[in-house]
Ligand binder design. Structure first.
Ligand SMILES: NC(=O)c1ccc[n+]([C@@H]2O[C@H](COP(=O)([O-])OP(=O)(O)OC[C@H]3O[C@@H](n4cnc5c(N)ncnc54)[C@H](O)[C@@H]3O)[C@@H](O)[C@H]2O)c1
Length: 484
């Protein structure tokens, strides 16, 4: 019997049953914006993790035998249920991770769209036939039938900042490809993740096909990532955690979406109004707590004053405050995150950066900071703040901008603002990033574009079709035809 979720203490979903952990322990989530309790999730035991993985392994066998279109039906129904729960989920995202309500609502709608597109795209996945005669030493009598097969059980680990979107973008492609999923949401974000799974369960989820594992990553994370029955890991989070996972996971594919230090490079001929608008939106929306946030500006010396004036005007106009009021800059996820930002700003100011906005903090709420005259000896030039701070580095020429951009340990995205497309393409080719945005802010999506990070920003490629393909391996059957 499936029990209804108990108000404020959320249950885990294990092999078709909503229940409490045998540990008797729960983890309470407080809202980053007002410190009020949002609810509690179960702190599962290693034994329950084992049951979750084993149940998923069993459920996967039957699921893999279903056709793509049958699997797609579950995804369509899931998207419908998500939209029916839109207000409840958006409100929970808002409270749990401090995101403005309208952004939280957009996250739910975008996720439903993502799931539907995944269902459609899954139906277009097919293998290929290869004739052996295409290779010199081969024979035209050999025919390879290449099919795409699921890996088995996919472990999906998501971060706090998009608790619904970055979870479903792992689960839906894995499911359409015929895998089962063990889903471990970030603790702060686990209630939103639980509601998303509740929608999937209402849509007719077969028992065990997706098991919800909640608990502290630091306590059950290693047990999960080194579990012998996990066949693939899809992780989004910090670079340190991701690198540790990739070292521990042995002989299984790992997809990692990690941190970033995306630069916006502004050339002499840029449209400064448009560049400033995009840079400020790119840097400060959801308080800069986005992997693809613009995290530094590299502007040509001659035009820096003109750009900085516009940046300052727009930063000062940002709405700061409560997520309920749809503020752009809201309290950060926790006090530790605010301390990191404050420390980076203090270091820069001590070393001679010019703060163009008032440096102000109230608990987790860090007011937006625009720093001019940042130099490469300052930590803020290199570290990911994951908060509302934008450093401006003035450079002599394009070569210097490219050098500073590429000296980063990260390589997620970069923006270039210029009227010269040729120049932009030339610079794009020099930049060591997964994506370059010409005359636009760095961002993930539209979700069917390939999305990847290089260097410390990740491993593997996402984007709907890429994500489905990444959740499958090839299986080759060779037909040796009778020559007689
Ligand atoms: N590249 C991208 O697409 C992308 C998108 C969003 C966020 N991010 C990055 O995520 C980070 C912020 O998210 P966060 O603070 O939630 O990251 P985090 O690394 O602290 O946590 C991510 C997830 O890992 C889990 N975890 C922690 N220790 C673990 C362990 N030992 N084994 C297994 N799992 C473990 C956490 O519980 C959580 O679910 C930023 O660095 C940001 O740039 C990247």
């Amino acid at each position: 019997m499936k029990a209804e979720l108990i108000a404020n203490t959320y249950q885990l979903l294990l092999n078709g049953e909503w229940k409490e952990t045998s540990s008797g322990k729960t983890i309470e989530n407080l809202s980053p914006s007002d410190n009020m309790p949002v609810g509690a999730v179960q702190a599962m035991t290693e034994n329950e993790v084992d049951l979750a993985v084993a149940g998923a392994k069993t459920a996967q066998k039957d699921w893999a035998n279903r056709s793509f279109s049958e699997r797609a039906e579950l995804l369509y129904a899931w998207a419908d249920q998500l939209l029916k729960m839109k207000e409840e989920i958006a409100e929970t995202i808002m409270k749990e991770v401090g995101k403005g309500y309208s952004s939280a609502e957009k996250e739910v709608v975008r996720t439903a769209d993502f799931i539907k597109y995944t269902a459609e795209e899954g139906k277009r996945i097919h293998g290929e036939l290869i004739n052996g005669g295409n290779f010199n030493a081969g024979s035209a009598n050999k025919l390879a039938m290449v099919q795409r097969k699921p890996f088995g059980v996919v472990l999906a680990i998501s971060p706090f900042n998009y608790p619904v979107n970055l979870s479903a973008s792992k689960i839906a492609p894995a499911l359409i490809a015929g895998n089962a999923v063990v889903f471990k949401p970030a603790t702060q974000g686990a209630i939103s993740g639980t509601l998303m799974i509740k929608a999937l369960d209402k849509a007719g989820l077969p028992a065990g096909l997706v098991n919800l594992v909640t608990g502290k990553g630091s306590e059950i994370g290693d047990h999960l990532t080194t579990h012998p029955s996990i066949n693939m890991i899809n992780f989004t989070g910090g670079t340190e955690t991701g690198e540790a996972i990739s070292r521990k996971a042995s002989m299984i594919p790992v997809i990692l979406e990690l941190g970033g230090k995306d630069p916006a490079i502004v050339l002499n001929d840029a449209n400064f109004e448009k560049a400033a608008e995009d840079i400020v939106a790119g840097a400060f929306s959801y308080s800069g707590q986005r992997c693809t946030a613009i995290k530094r500006v590299l502007v040509m010396d001659e035009v820096a004053d003109a750009l900085v004036d516009k940046l300052k005007e727009k930063v000062n106009a940002l709405k700061v405050g409560a997520p309920e009021d749809n503020a752009v800059v809201t309290p950060l996820i926790n006090g530790k995150a605010a301390d990191v930002v404050q420390q980076l700003v203090d270091d820069a100011v001590v070393k001679g950066a010019t703060a163009l906005t008032e440096i102000k903090r109230a608990g987790n709420l860090v007011y937006p900071v625009l720093l001019d005259n940042v130099t490469v000896d300052m930590e803020v030039a290199w570290k990911e703040p994951f908060g509302p701070v934008l450093p401006v580095i003035r450079v002599k020429n394009i070569e210097e901008a490219v050098t500073i951009a590429n000296e980063s340990e990260y390589g997620l995205q970069a923006s270039i603002f210029t009227k010269s497309v040729e120049q932009a393409i030339h610079i794009s080719n020099e930049l060591e990033t997964g994506t370059v945005q010409i005359n636009g802010k760095t961002e993930r999506g539209p979700d069917h574009f390939p999305f990847l990070g290089v260097k410390g920003s990740g491993l593997g490629v996402q984007g709907i079709r890429n994500s489905i393909e990444s959740a499958t391996r090839e299986k080759v059957i060779v037909l040796n035809m009778n020559q007689g």
